[in-house]
Ligand binder design. Structure first.
Ligand SMILES: [Zn+2]
Length: 237
């Protein structure tokens, strides 16, 4: 459904706009020509072009700072499942998702609010660490609440990802956000001078085994195998 991606009318910028082949706000006519082409008010262009138009609009900020609200959202949080310890000191932690509540989400100019039947979770932009999308699920990581998974059952997930990111950009101005995932990074953070170059010997150098890490027979075999493949691959007839 094209309104999942083109979630605002490219002609009038209204949300929840498409019904049949018309915008419910301004009456603009819409025709899908092809998988990648869309004609709006007789102008034929690629979906990428129309999406850029959507992204160029400002967010409509109401008097109390409210930008938009959602319908039903399934809220999950991250849950520790098990720890894995493999050979050679390799360790990993496996997480799963645990259902928390059915909520409705509200995006404000400085926060996200998730209102359930019993309580409201608030994610201020000051503690929001990252935003990304996976299918129609928005994954936000808050410093206090940890990772939260917002599965939008009625709304476009893209609308929410773009909306949160744009609200963050406006909130952080004049600082510039250069990355939203895996961590929100400001341009000025990248320009900070790093620490002085290390003077001590590095813990690991090519050809030298990291200290305290035993060479497992499997790794030794794998290394020999990779060397054999690489040396074979580099042979020139
Ligand atoms: Zn319209």
């Amino acid at each position: 459904m094209i309104s999942k991606l083109i979630y605002r009318c490219p002609a009038c910028s209204g949300f929840d706009w498409l019904q049949g082949d018309r915008c419910v706000h301004c009456g603009a006519s819409v025709r899908e020509e092809h998988q990648s082409l869309l004609t709006i008010n007789s102008r034929r262009a690629t979906i990428a072009y129309w999406y850029d138009r959507v992204l160029a609009f400002d967010l409509p900020v109401g008097k109390n700072g409210l930008i938009f609200e959602s319908g039903n959202v399934k809220l999950h949080k991250e849950k520790f499942r098990q720890r894995y310890a493999g050979p050679g000191g390799v360790a990993a932690i496996l997480y799963s998702r645990e259902f928390v509540d059915r909520v409705s989400a509200a995006l404000f100019r400085d926060r996200i609010e998730l209102a359930g039947k019993k309580r409201v979770l608030t994610i201020p932009f000051t503690t929001l660490l990252s935003v990304t999308i996976e299918s129609n699920v928005i994954i936000v990581v808050d410093r206090m609440l940890g990772p939260l998974f917002l599965e939008f059952l009625q709304d476009s997930g893209k609308k929410w990802e773009d909306g949160i990111r744009r609200a963050l950009v406006d909130y952080k101005k004049p600082a510039e956000i250069v990355e939203f995932f895996p961590r929100i990074i400001l341009g000025k953070e990248l320009k900070k001078p790093g620490p002085d170059p290390p003077t001590r010997r590095p813990l690991y150098s090519p050809g030298r085994k990291p200290e305290g890490v035993p060479s497992h027979p499997v790794y030794l075999m794998a290394r020999r195998l990779v060397r054999a493949v690489v040396s074979t691959g580099l042979q020139i007839d």
